[in-house]
Design a binder for this molecule. Structure first.
Ligand code: GAL
Length: 450
């Protein structure tokens, strides 16, 4: 009897020990990042510059489809040096920004050299502040002269984008450290051609898939042009990745659909760039296949924009459609997006399984009260470090955004900035939570995160 009790006690002690080992942190403190890691934040031309009146988005605003008009936005067209000083003050060593096609080529074949000179000044100012530059060539806005001719549904746009790219490389190439061709082709297509909330406001999946194909081709063409002109260039695109899961654990159709959507949304563009064969598919919904010359391997790194997770609900009543929901019993940001840090790890592992290095090109939170951003930053950066531990070659993290800015159809209300902006005065104030990223940048570690 006594022996049995002793044995039970021993087993219990061992079990507790094993459980405690299992609960141990994944890596010893402090968490550190690889040498030369890029630390910074991102912006996009139309969201911060102000005075952009020559693109489809401006027309969309005039059409009353957005909560506010971008107008002067953050006036970063003039205040860029102030912005970069703030980044420098926060110990950032890099900055992602976009340049506006409709400024550089205001009408077809007409090149505005003053604007190219302006962007030279901007990029030089960034370098002067110790910031490596990551430049996006297309961040959602398209010149009116392009959209007047069919926009991204027109295959010619791929050529026009390539011509614009060549001019930019010749004009700015010496000042660009990292290139991003297009921002979030999947989001552009979903919002502009499937749900119709952004320009051109279409609800035509078939056309959307053609546009997605054109955007991928535009990326590949731009990739090759940049490399022809600057062989050592580093060229990626900003890929919006999300986690998709079935809405009901007991419904296998939800889970199966989530698998298809996940593959379409997160993996198919990357796979196509790997193989050179552009294949986009969701059973019964999307089926596109084309061999694209020059596309195989047209990527030096994957830029990941990661924000949240979605739950997919299959609709038996109309199987061609499905609902996208958010997990109710979970934390959410001011816009109702679920805060799901593990999704950062999952997205990185998925992207890096294709063999390219990864940079986080966007990740952030709408948090006007600045009550959640601290934890958000720690939790997401930890997930980045876990992915690195598990073999992913992650080389940088750019937070969305450096400053509050105009958030497309949602206008000025969402506050994503490390820096708060008073739009009446253009006064910029660093938010307390920005300290997490500043300290990470200064020490290349997460010593402020518990
Ligand atoms: C991304 C987009 C950014 C920014 C961010 C937060 O999809 O690239 O421009 O708007 O979402 O909403």
């Amino acid at each position: 009897m006594r022996n049995t009790r002793l044995l039970v006690l021993l087993v219990a002690i061992v079990a507790i020990g094993v459980a405690a080992m299992g609960a141990a942190p994944r890596r010893p403190k402090p968490i550190t990042f690889p040498k030369n890691f890029l630390w910074g934040a991102a912006t996009a031309a139309h969201q911060v510059e102000g005075g952009n009146y020559n693109s489809d988005w401006y027309q969309w605003e005039l059409g009353g489809h957005t909560k506010d008009r971008a107008g002067l936005a953050d006036d970063s067209y003039h205040l860029y040096d102030t912005d970069f000083s703030l980044a420098q003050q926060m110990h950032h060593n890099s900055h992602r920004l976009s340049i506006e096609w409709s400024r550089i080529e205001p009408s077809q074949g007409v090149w505005n050299w003053a604007e190219i000179k302006h962007y030279r000044d901007v990029l030089k100012a960034a370098h002067d502040r110790g910031l490596k530059t990551m430049v996006t060539l297309h961040h959602f806005t398209t010149p009116i002269w392009v959209t007047d001719q069919g926009g991204w549904t027109n295959a010619e746009t791929v050529t026009w984008f390539a011509q614009y790219t060549a001019r930019v490389v010749l004009g700015l190439g010496d000042l660009v450290d990292y290139w991003l061709t297009v921002n979030e082709p999947n989001v552009m297509v979903l919002t502009g051609y499937v749900v119709g909330l952004t320009p051109p406001g279409k609800t035509d999946l078939k056309q959307g898939v053609q546009v997605l194909a054109n955007l991928v081709k535009a990326h590949a063409k731009a990739y090759n042009i940049i490399h022809d002109l600057i062989p050592s260039a580093r060229v990626g695109f900003a890929h919006h990745m999300r986690v998709f899961e079935g809405n009901s654990w007991w419904n296998p159709l939800d889970a199966l659909l989530a698998v298809f959507i996940d593959d379409f949304w997160n993996s198919q563009i990357l796979r196509s760039l790997k193989t050179g064969h552009l294949k986009l598919s969701i059973p019964f919904l999307v089926d596109y296949s084309e061999e694209v010359p020059g596309m195989k391997g047209a990527l030096d790194y994957v830029g990941i924009n990661y924000y949240t997770r979605d739950l997919i609900k299959f609709d038996l009543g109309s199987p061609q459609k499905f609902d996208i929901m958010t997990k109710v019993d979970a934390p959410h940001n001011d816009l109702g997006w679920e805060i799901y840090p593990e999704g950062m790890y999952k997205s990185i592992m998925k992207a890096s399984s294709f063999g390219w290095p990864v940079y986080i090109t966007e990740n952030g939170i709408a948090d006007a009260g600045d009550t959640m951003r601290r934890q958000f930053l720690c939790d997401h950066l930890k997930q980045v470090s876990y992915a690195i531990d598990d073999g992913a070659d992650v080389r940088g993290y750019m937070h969305w955004a450096l400053i509050d800015n105009w958030e497309w159809i949602l206008g000025f209300a969402p506050r994503f900035g490390l820096v708060a902006v008073n739009y009446d005065t253009q006064q910029r104030t660093i938010r307390p939570s920005a300290e997490i990223l500043s300290d990470a940048a200064a020490t290349n570690s997460l010593r402020l995160c518990k």
